[in-house]
Design a protein around this ligand. Structure first.
Ligand code: IPM
Ligand code: MN
Length: 357
């Protein structure tokens, strides 16, 4: 009997449904080629959930993800739901889901495909060969800290990290570094923030368990600058929730388009796999979105959640091949394109290449 896995599918809003459909197309092709079965279980989150149930994170979704082997997610949010109170916003649903799933470690790799070295707004020499991984803490920090309040003339949020939260994310970063170039750069604002002082001290302590890994520390303002000045100096960047949010958007531009970067959120149980970009309401429904970040996230899901390395390699190789052969969606269409393709054509191409050996 062939192996069978249950995959949670959350399409979300904006371009979410289009890009997730392409990822499913590719997953189906790969599962046939490698001989395993995927069962999809669709769930609601964000604006789509608000429209259907009145809340951005329905109870059925919280219960549903726990029955899956992994969850693939598109994107949420859009102008339609922007005016809602904070606890009813689509983004609040996503944050609640991350918390409920305990996915405290968000891995955001930024690699530059050789074929797209010209696509970056930075000089090709600066970005060619970039291969870094942002390890972002995802369920703590200022995103979740209490107290928080919006008053009439004053508003506040709180950046909190416990030692335990820092220890566990630091271990994730060091473990990943051991499988890469054995370098961790921990990013904080320890010259100003107490929470960053604890971060730095704790990371330094954990580093003692990883004598082979070279640890450095960098202030976040400097890290933002270094990422565009000389990104090749980085291997693993370890950082907290909000700094990781910002730095991973910067890192995405090294690759040429935010439409290329996948992510994996792992932690206590079931993992959540999603592109790092948003729901792009301005281009939703036009069939021009770049599905590669989501397809690549599906590859990370096969690799990290299901241990199906061969299947994941098929996806990675198919993406490289499509780019090498000059297929481009509009976002990267200005660079060495042989043919500009739609979202679903790109899905067809990747599915086709991924199903051949
Ligand atoms: C991301 C997004 C989210 C975040 C938003 C949509 C809540 O920007 O995944 O990077 O800030 O974490
Ligand atoms: Mn973000």
């Amino acid at each position: 009997m062939s192996r069978s896995y249950t995959i949670g599918i959350i399409k979300g809003d904006g371009i979410g449904p289009e890009i997730v459909d392409e990822a499913i197309k590719v997953l189906d092709a790969v599962s046939v080629a490698e001989g395993f079965d995927l069962d999809y279980k669709e769930m609601l989150l964000g604006g789509a959930a608000i429209d259907a149930t009145g809340v951005p994170l329905p109870e059925e979704t919280i219960a549903g993800v726990k029955e899956c082997d992994a969850v693939l997610f598109g994107a949420i949010g859009g102008p339609k739901w922007d005016k809602l109170e904070r606890h009813l916003r689509p983004e609040t649903g996503l944050l609640g889901l991350r918390k409920a799933m305990g996915t405290f470690a968000n891995l955001r790799p930024a690699t530059v495909y050789d074929e797209l070295a010209n696509a970056s707004t930075l000089k090709p020499d600066v970005v060619r060969g970039v291969d870094l991984m942002v390890v972002r803490e995802l369920t703590g920090g200022i995103y979740f800290g209490e107290p928080r309040e919006l008053l009439k003339d004053r508003a506040y949020n709180t950046m909190v990290y416990t030692k335990g939260e820092i220890e566990r994310i630091a271990r994730v970063a060091f473990d990943i570094a051991m499988k890469r170039s054995k370098k961790v750069c921990s990013v904080d604002k320890a010259n100003v923030l107490e929470v960053s002082q604890l971060w730095r001290d704790t990371v330094t302590l954990i580093a003692k368990d990883y004598p082979e890994v070279a640890l450095s520390h960098m202030y976040v303002d400097n890290a933002a600058m270094q990422l565009v000045r000389d990104p090749k100096q980085f291997d693993v960047i370890l950082t907290g929730n909000i700094f990781g949010d910002i730095l991973s958007d910067i890192a995405s531009m090294l690759s040429g388009s935010i439409g290329l970067l996948p992510s994996a959120s792992t932690g206590e149980g079931v993992g959540l796999f999603e592109p790092i970009h948003g729901s792009a309401p301005d281009i939703a429904g036009q069939g021009i979105a770049n599905p590669l970040a989501t397809i690549s996230s599906a590859g990370m899901m096969l690799r990290y959640a299901l241990g199906l390395d061969n299947a994941a390699n098929r996806i990675d190789n198919a993406i490289k091949r499509a780019l090498r052969e000059g297929y481009r969606t509009g976002d990267i269409g200005a660079y060495d394109a042989k043919e500009i393709v739609s979202c679903s054509q790109m899905g067809d191409i990747i599915a086709n290449y991924a199903s051949r050996k």
